[in-house]
Design a protein around this ligand. Structure first.
Ligand SMILES: N[C@@H](CCSC[C@H]1O[C@@H](n2cnc3c(=O)[nH]cnc32)[C@H](O)[C@@H]1O)C(=O)O
Ligand SMILES: [Zn+2]
Length: 420
């Protein structure tokens, strides 16, 4: 997966510091090597980029599954979130980091609260993250949370060797009235940061906003000036033809979360329409409370399956498009130079074990990666030139300790839940 989508067999990647300095056939590199790692039957590809997450929601995995969307969010999730401490969020973020690293994700876009705890966890874990403090306008009449979000965005921009990028995160137009969206849009422009927002996720949302404002979520965001900054639109399931004129001139794009959209019964992204309109589409998991898993390999499969169903024909969506969405697609939405293997690109890549029954034989390496591989096939993860997963072991923090801590905290939240 270099800039021309070539496959090298055998292949070699050389990196120096945090950048790739050579990618191609092993014979083509004559320079010095400080260290060499040979992985027979390894498949090296760009690290996956998870475009939409609420990492610390991993602590609520499996809670209130199979309930209606708004009930799930307002009756189940929000009351537990009100009891999460900064330390819960730090541990939940590390738990998510362990799961993501193990399944080949090198970076993710996150929207949550107690964001300093997430930022510290991610700095430790060695991942990349695009972090925004989620803002619910209805809970922020004085704009105090917006001010804190801006302060975080300024303080943490480019921290952890540039691995942390900050954004502003107005939650959605059904929780942020137009005047509030306008204030966030203005603040983002002033601070020079991008915006991360949920738009057009459910039929209920469309109906509510139509009744309240006679607008679609995309129209509301556009009229509030959100698209004046780079914008990451999470979900976009109900984006329609009428929204395209508002999206066409924007910087950023849409992150589809097919497992979450399927599990919450919301629907399928109109991918073909967006592709035709040249709007970048990336891939994300959403939080583990809706998706239960942060495995981008699962997400690629779900994207391919759902798009084929939507098209009503298998040739309507190709495996390479899912792999593109999980790498370059998310990178384009974020304005990040990664998601590719090429000279000058960030040294962010993963190695998948191709020497397994379910990966044999290899008629088509992309088909194997998208339709056969699972997250646990990942053996090596390199982020910003640092080996973060080595022969299946996380090198940056004590994973077993994090799992123990997360288990205890999950149990505490369950006990408290019964009392409320
Ligand atoms: N209420 C918080 C900030 C919200 S952070 C982002 C929010 O997005 C919520 N969330 C997670 N997944 C989804 C989704 O799929 N759609 C809408 N909201 C979601 C999540 O529960 C979290 O409350 C405060 O000011 O303290
Ligand atoms: Zn979300």
């Amino acid at each position: 997966m270099d800039d021309e989508n070539r496959v090298f067999r055998p292949g070699a990647v050389v990196y120096e510091g945090s950048q790739i300095s050579y990618a191609g056939s092993p014979d083509g590199y004559q320079g010095p090597l400080e260290q060499e790692i040979v992985v027979p039957d390894g498949i090296l590809l760009p690290g996956l980029l998870n475009g939409h997450n609420h990492a610390a929601m991993s602590l609520m995995r499996g809670m209130a599954d199979d309930s209606p969307f708004f009930e799930w969010l307002t009756q189940h999730v929000w009351p537990v979130e009100n009891r999460l401490t900064a330390e819960d969020i730090r541990v939940g973020s590390l738990l998510a980091a362990a799961e993501m690293i193990r399944s080949g994700t090198v970076g993710f876009a996150d929207m949550y609260f107690e964001v300093e705890a997430t930022a510290e966890a991610i700095a430790t874990a060695g991942m990349r993250a695009w972090i925004s403090r989620g803002l619910v306008g209805l809970e922020d009449p004085e704009g105090e949370k917006l001010n804190q979000a801006v302060a975080f965005a300024r303080d943490w921009q480019g921290k952890a060797e540039g691995r942390i990028v900050t954004m502003l995160g107005p939650h959605a137009p059904y929780t942020c009235p137009p005047e509030y969206l306008e204030r966030v849009a203005e603040a983002a422009k002033l601070a020079g940061v991008g915006i991360h927002i949920h738009l057009s996720e459910s039929a209920d949302e469309m109906k509510q906003l139509q009744e309240r404002y006679q607008r679609t979520p995309v129209q509301l965001a556009s009229e509030a000036g959100i698209f004046a900054s780079r914008t990451l639109i999470a979900h976009g399931v109900f984006i329609g033809e009428e929204d395209l004129p508002y999206l066409q001139g924007m910087t950023g794009g849409v992150i589809t979360c097919p497992v979450s959209n399927a599990k919450l019964g919301n629907g399928i992204l109109p991918y073909a329409m967006l592709k035709e309109a040249h709007i970048p589409v990336g891939l994300g998991t959403d939080g583990a409370t809706s998706t239960n898993s942060l495995d981008m390999f699962l997400e690629m499969k779900a994207m391919a399956w759902l798009q084929k169903i939507a098209e009503g024909r298998p040739e309507g969506f190709h495996a390479a498009e899912a792999l593109w969405a999980a790498t370059r697609g998310t990178a384009e939405v974020l304005g990040h130079p990664g998601g590719r293997i090429a000279e000058g690109a960030p040294a962010d890549f993963i190695v998948v074990d191709g020497n397994q029954a379910h990966m044999t034989p290899e008629w088509d390496v992309v088909a194997n990666l998208v339709y056969s591989a699972v997250g646990s096939d990942v053996r090596y993860v390199v982020i910003n030139g640092r080996i973060v997963l080595q022969e299946g072991i996380i090198t940056t923090f004590d994973e077993a300790e994090v799992i123990r801590e997360a288990k205890a905290r999950g149990e505490r939240l369950m006990r408290e839940g019964a009392k409320h």
